[in-house]
Design a protein around this ligand. Sequence first.
Ligand SMILES: [Zn+2]
Length: 108
Amino acid sequence: MIVCVRCQRIMRPRKNGVPFVELLEDGMTPYKLWESDQWECEDCGTSVLHVDSRQNPLAHSYEETFGQSIAAFDPAIRAKQRGPRHPVTVRDIERESDRMYDQEGQQT
Ligand SMILES: [Zn+2]
């Protein structure tokens, strides 16, 4: 299940087997070819491509047939890597709350 945080609505699976290319940090060079499921929020229209952590890429750039695989799947989406400052994660928030607790501890 995937939930849209903005709308607080459970997203709906829209399309299975959506191929996309993961790019290297340069934002240009194909690195891996993935097959994903596309989910969509019916309220705001936000859509995401989800890859299960147990999945393996369809093709990897070190394979001789990588170019042929890309051509065969003809992916419309090319996903850039996260930037140096990626969005805040739940773990970051937990770390932050630990820090606040420590500060309170020092004050008492
Ligand atoms: Zn939404």
